[in-house]
Design a binder for this molecule. Structure first.
Ligand SMILES: *Cc1c(COP(=O)(O)O)cnc(C)c1O
Length: 394
């Protein structure tokens, strides 16, 4: 492992050069260490490594050189001391909760969370004696008001899906710490290239590496980033025993993904901004949601907290569900899928897919109307994305 990297390097350099794994063979591009276990030269050496008295790898559920390289590089990019890679983004959230929470603890979370996260909190963690309150993420006073004596974790996803509302990370971190709780930010939508929650006061960052870290829709994985004690010792200790670890092959794909993350995120942002501005000019569209537009109610917060606006653009069509479905069905290139973080642009109708199983009242409260369409903007030529959408807008 090449330990010689400067944590002050820019994102492109860190993504390409930080923690580059290199064996004695001197390979230039990272190789993948596909082995479940490691051998020792002697009984004494095995004993020393098992007792932690000598460095070395034992078993890939505990540590693996390729997984470790991905963890160190992502930690460097997020400005964290430690990172633990997991089998999926959901495994990262579960691992974090089971590492830092105890029976009877309370979580305060933003209302618009990823559907599986809400399911995990409400239908699984509650069975083990944890409770959750949901708040309007944009309202700092609401976070404060939801705090209880047993609140241990605040959990937020910013920007939210699909309306790209923002939470003020620094203000919510202050609420958490004043009340003796910890803040976790799901940074999946922006990646460290566009937002670094730890530097704004968050204690943990969660990733679904499945999205932009991979960037080409190949592998499922996740990660938790934070300090050397809570993540490096507590979360790692849970992970190595409970076993929701990342496969070395997937770690290699993500490690290569990090090499192009900076340039990809910039290109995603450029396409998204151009698309959002173009959508705002279309007569059939009544409203466009994108933090990069000056019409976005939190545009100023986005400028302060983020170094780019991300690649999720949502908009409302005049004609309700009929118009939304007609637009979606008129596309020939854009993929009809709820996935995101891919080179390929995707389109989805939140009211009947990602948010189809909540009640109509809950949907209305969340601002998810029948005319709402969400685009996760990919890296195709912007003219082709626009042409594909224009067909259904007439
Ligand atoms: C996809 C996603 C997750 C879950 O990640 P998986 O890798 O699918 O388990 C969590 N949070 C957000 C914001 C996501 O988009």
């Amino acid at each position: 492992m090449n330990e010689l990297f400067d944590p002050d390097w820019g994102f492109s350099t860190l993504g390409i050069r930080a923690a580059e794994p290199r064996t004695e063979n001197g390979e230039h591009s990272a190789s993948v260490s596909l082995t479940s276990s490691y051998v020792f030269g002697s009984a004494a050496e095995a004993a020393a490594v098992f007792q932690g008295k000598a460095p070395g790898y034992i078993y890939s559920r505990f540590t693996n050189p390729t997984v470790e390289a991905f963890e160190r590089r992502l930690a460097a990019m997020e400005g964290g001391e430690s990172c633990v890679a997991t089998a999926s983004g959901m495994a990262a959230i579960l691992t974090l909760c089971l590492s830092v929470l105890n029976m009877g603890d309370h979580i305060v979370a933003s209302r618009g969370l990823f559907g599986s996260t809400i399911n995990l909190f409400n239908n699984i963690l509650e069975r083990f004696g944890l409770s959750v309150s949901y708040v309007d993420m944009t309202d700092v006073a609401a976070w404060d008001a939801a705090m209880q004596d047993n609140t241990r974790l605040l959990f937020v996803e910013t920007p939210s899906n699909p309306l790209v509302e923002l939470a003020d990370i620094a203000a919510i971190a202050e609420v958490a710490h004043r009340r003796g709780a910890l803040l976790c930010v799901d940074n999946c939508f922006l990646t460290p290239v566009l937002q670094q929650p730890l530097k704004l006061g968050a204690d943990f960052v969660i990733h679904s590496a499945t999205k932009y870290l991979d960037g080409q829709g190949r592998c499922v994985g996740g990660a938790i980033v934070g300090d050397a004690q809570r993540v490096g010792k507590d979360v790692f200790g849970f992970m190595r025993t409970a076993g929701p670890c990342m496969s070395p092959f997937n770690a290699w794909v993500f490690l290569k993904g990090l090499e192009t993350l900076s340039v990809r995120m910039k290109a995603h942002c450029e396409n998204s901004r151009a698309l959002a501005e173009w959508l705002e000019e279309q007569p059939a569209i009544t409203r466009v949601f994108y933090p990069g537009l000056s019409s976005h109610p939190q545009h100023v917060l986005a400028q302060r907290q983020q170094s780019g606006y991300g690649a999720i653009v949502s908009f409302e069509l005049d004609g309700g569900r009929d118009a939304a479905w007609k637009l979606i069905d008129s596309t020939r290139m854009i993929s009809i899928t709820a996935n995101l973080g891919d080179t390929r642009t995707t389109i989805t109708h939140p009211a009947t897919t990602t948010h189809g199983r909540i009640t109509a009242e809950a949907r209305a409260a969340a601002g998810i109307t029948e005319g709402l369409v969400r685009i996760a903007v990919g890296l195709e030529d912007i003219a082709d994305i626009q042409a594909d959408l224009a067909r259904g807008l007439v």
